[in-house]
Design a binder for this molecule. Structure first.
Ligand code: TXA
Ligand code: MG
Length: 341
């Protein structure tokens, strides 16, 4: 057991707090610190320190072949980690950084080898959250940070989620309140002539195309037979404690399935939009929000709320794949044990 220091800076709107100074010092000393970003909480360590990075893999139980994203505060710092930034990547950085977009670029070897897990490329991101920004500025080193959950679990959107998964396994946790987007960054491969989305996320395909024209999506995301280009996308992920059924169609279709499972004696937890939640009858319903942006922000908390022992099956409504719905449905399809369309 490691003692996990928890700093509460939720209500400190200046973020110019001793806590960030302390956390940055610990990062520089090779320790692991969880911190909020605008997507999800990250578990950070000095990306130039191999032993510190190894602690991330250990704390999360993360497979060794799954590379980490290096986080920096500015484009200038980002340039120090990579070679050959294509023109379209520069345009994307101007439009979306800081923000929920991760660029895959040729690695120049500044970061420790275990950050890239054997890839010749490295993922780099400039997060847009005041706590993340302040921490990265003070630490003044690139910070390797995957989502701060146990490997396989839904990513954390609240400090309590990080605490539930990792207290006793990490050195510190900066509690900056709920994250914003609620889903991870979009990962975009910038090593080819045309940019390729390897993981849908906070920046939508439509937004990317407005800036650089055609953007492709990794065929491995849609087609089970093809291997995804991003090592992380091959794992089953985001799994709640109980089986998750993703159910499409109208509210009446969801109701039919609820009724059938109830007769069978199954206790159900329902996740749905506000509108659908108002139209169906069930014992436990969590409304995720009125629109897809709110649904994205509340999805992982919803998946964590239904616990083993309380419900036997989680039934989640399937949403439209427009805009950030693409990322929402990508996560749900990975988390689901069944998809009833
Ligand atoms: O929003 C986010 O991206 C959060 C916050 C903390 O920044 N981080 C995050 O990291 O989601 P993680 O490790 O949970 O997911 C990173 C994804 C994985 O699927 C990984 O395989 C992929 O990015 N990735 C990282 N480096 C890569 C590389 N060089 N080539 C291909 N995929 C890479
Ligand atoms: Mg993750």
């Amino acid at each position: 057991m490691i003692e996990t220091k928890r700093w509460n800076i939720k209500n400190d709107k200046t973020y110019n707090h001793q806590a960030i100074e302390d956390a940055a010092e610990r990062l520089k000393a090779g320790k692991t610190i969880a911190f909020p970003t605008e997507t999800v909480y990250g578990l950070g360590a000095d990306a130039t320190n191999e032993a510190a990075v190894a602690k991330i893999f250990k704390a999360k139980g993360r497979p060794q072949d799954n590379p980490l994203i290096a986080h920096v505060a500015t484009v200038e710092q980002l340039r120090r980690l990579v070679d050959d930034i294509p023109v379209y990547a520069v345009q994307l950085m101007e439009a979306f950084s800081p923000g929920p977009l991760t660029y895959i670029l040729p690695n120049n070897g500044t970061c420790a080898d275990n950050v890239t897990a054997g890839q010749t490329t490295i993922g780099v991101r400039i997060p847009d959250h005041p706590v993340a920004q302040a921490l990265l500025e003070r630490a003044d080193v690139p910070v390797a940070a995957p989502s701060a959950n146990l490997s396989g679990k839904p990513s954390p959107t609240l400090a309590d989620h990080v605490w539930a998964d990792l207290h006793g396994r990490i050195d510190g946790l900066l509690d900056g309140g709920p994250t914003g987007v609620g889903l991870e960054s979009t990962v975009i491969d910038c090593t080819q002539e045309i940019p390729i989305i390897l993981r849908p996320g906070g920046v939508t395909k439509e937004q990317l195309e407005e800036v650089v024209g055609t953007v492709m999506t990794d065929p491995g995301l849609a087609n089970e037979k093809e291997k995804p280009k991003s090592p992380g996308m091959k794992y089953r992920h985001y799994s709640p404690e109980v089986p998750l059924w993703l159910v499409g169609g109208k509210p009446e279709h969801i109701q039919t399935i609820i009724n059938k499972e109830k007769t069978r004696g199954n206790r159900l937890g329902i996740l749905a939009s506000e509108r659908t939640a108002g139209l169906i009858q069930a014992d436990e319903i969590i409304s995720l929000g009125t629109d897809i942006t709110e649904i994205a922000a509340h999805l992982y908390d919803g998946l964590r709320k239904f616990k083993q022992g309380d419900v036997d099956i989680i039934i989640c409504e399937a949403f439209s794949e427009d805009g950030i719905g693409q990322a929402v449905m990508n996560r749900l399809k990975k988390a689901a044990t069944e998809y009833i369309q």
